[in-house]
Ligand binder design. Sequence first.
Ligand SMILES: NC(=O)c1ccc[n+]([C@@H]2O[C@H](COP(=O)([O-])OP(=O)(O)OC[C@H]3O[C@@H](n4cnc5c(N)ncnc54)[C@H](O)[C@@H]3O)[C@@H](O)[C@H]2O)c1
Length: 254
Amino acid sequence: MTGRLAGKIALVTGAGRGIGEAIARRFHAEGADVIVTDVNPQARSVADALGKKASFIALDATDEYAWDAALEEVLGRCGRLDILVNNAGGSAGAGPFETFTLAMHRREVDLNLTSTWLGSRCAVRAMTQGGGSIVNISSMDGLAGIAGMASYVSAKFGVTGLTRTLALELGERGIRVNSVHPGFIATPLVEAASLAIKERLGKAISQQPIKRYGKPEEVAAAALFLASDEASFCTGASLLVDGGHLAGPWREMV
Ligand SMILES: NC(=O)c1ccc[n+]([C@@H]2O[C@H](COP(=O)([O-])OP(=O)(O)OC[C@H]3O[C@@H](n4cnc5c(N)ncnc54)[C@H](O)[C@@H]3O)[C@@H](O)[C@H]2O)c1
């Protein structure tokens, strides 16, 4: 690893497992001081395993007051924040949209969109060094619809819109805001899916150019680029990491 984030202070939400954990590990390997956060207190083990220059804060990313407390802790401990990765998110399940209750819909919006809005608002206050980078983990479902996922898709499209709007608002303050859009990534979220969902995923993957699940480390590599100074002219960008899934519907002449 080459120290691409040396001297930076980075906070990652939902970093206890899956994509968030891979991002925390990669950022740490690249020299960042990493604040691992997660609603699950067991995620402390990720920071413990990283050792020096890693710490843990229990943070429910949907909770406004928890964000305020976390921000205070970060400022007290580190004096500022350079990078925020709004990764916490996910979906409780798929189904015809009219079968979802309002509570289910609100949960998806809270977990994916409101968490990102809250985190970004806090980060801006803590990016006191005249700049910073916010990376939002959206989804390919934040750029294209998918039947059976109306609430999740609405929330992830919201993350895409929030990213682009904050890029406009924060550019002059030196804060870049970009989103990463993973396709089908092999994480515990996917491993926990039902057999029927896994069969559908297998069929969809067989029709994309790179016919396999992505790895959390491949999403982390994209987040690293956008977080780092190498992306100094990128803001408001949507970076797909989806094995080419959204490049088509599959069509061929050869
Ligand atoms: N895995 C995929 O195929 C895929 C595809 C596209 C987008 N994504 C997005 O990537 C992100 C990470 O997904 P993953 O597959 O690694 O999920 P995961 O379920 O494997 O891990 C999510 C982590 O977030 C934590 N978390 C859950 N609710 C939280 C909350 N309210 N506050 C803080 N932390 C919370 C969990 O404890 C867990 O550690 C999500 O935003 C998800 O929507 C994943």
